[in-house]
Design a protein around this ligand. Sequence first.
Ligand code: DAH
Length: 344
Amino acid sequence: MASDLTPQQQVAHALADGVARIQAAASSDDLKAVLAGLTGKKGSFVAIRSSLGKVADIEERKALGQLVNEAMAELDVATQARAKALRAGEFATQIEADRVDLTELAMSARASRRRGRMHLVTQATERLEDVFIGLGFQIAEGPEVETDFYNFEALNMPPSHPARSMWDTLFIESDVEGSVVLRTHTSPVQIRVMQEWPPPIYAVMPGRVFRKETPDATHMPVFHQIEGLVIDRGITFADLAGTIESFTKAFFGPGFTSRLRPSYFPFTEPSAEFDIRRPDGSWIELGGCGMVHPHVLRAGGLDPNEWSGFAFGFGIDRMAKERHGVEDLRDMYSDDVRFTEQFS
Ligand code: DAH
């Protein structure tokens, strides 16, 4: 510090120099360094303060001390102002650097857009409906919680009929014990359709069914069936066989054929099971069918002397499983999109 300057001049000088350096700081880090230089051990203000001790006059010393304090306060104000300006600039730079190009983002989102997929059983059900609509059928639905009457009795199974044990039934608590069930098959919808629709009837009835079953690779307590019902004048077993065959070819392809094997169901007489033959000669069991029993026609409000018909019913889940080569039915109900995504 030039010795020919008065202490007041030295303070003013140091202050002007400090403010200039503060204002010239190019970044927050730079500002920190400038401050260290001004107020640190080797800073000009430290030198000034220590020289205060040499001033003999107390009043003058006080006044000088005051002056130094004021200069320090001014430096502080200048520092705050510069720090604020630097922060604002740095923030703006940071924002700019972090800016995301939304058009780019939108484009990459479009490129990788993931579309949802329907469940395999839903896909199979819709295809089945399409094929049957193509064959002239209408779609009907019935309740999943069903009365004993529709699930059994109207289907020619009076109370304690032995054939009831063909279905492991889940019961719903009700005032009359055993009178309300989770439907064990879609056959009760046959009765509801006969009661509601005037014949002739050509209907298929898809839906969920329930059985007291422990889940394993080929069984689920909740699964899906599709029921078919045709009621018209002069319907014969040949119509049934022909419809099953037309359906097989339409749904599975021209290389597939069907066959009927004698069987028993209380609601049809005669009854059959039907299988389809793959092009490689192997057979898959699909479901049951038969001519609608006169008792069933009557329960549906139809006169067996005027109307006759056939019915069929088969499982949808197993068909979806077959079609897509799913090894374990439980995978179809794992609710894991990674499973569903494998099938389009
Ligand atoms: N309801 C039967 C079942 O769940 C399947 C069935 C068999 C349906 C014969 C029918 C039929 O309509 O005629 O096992």
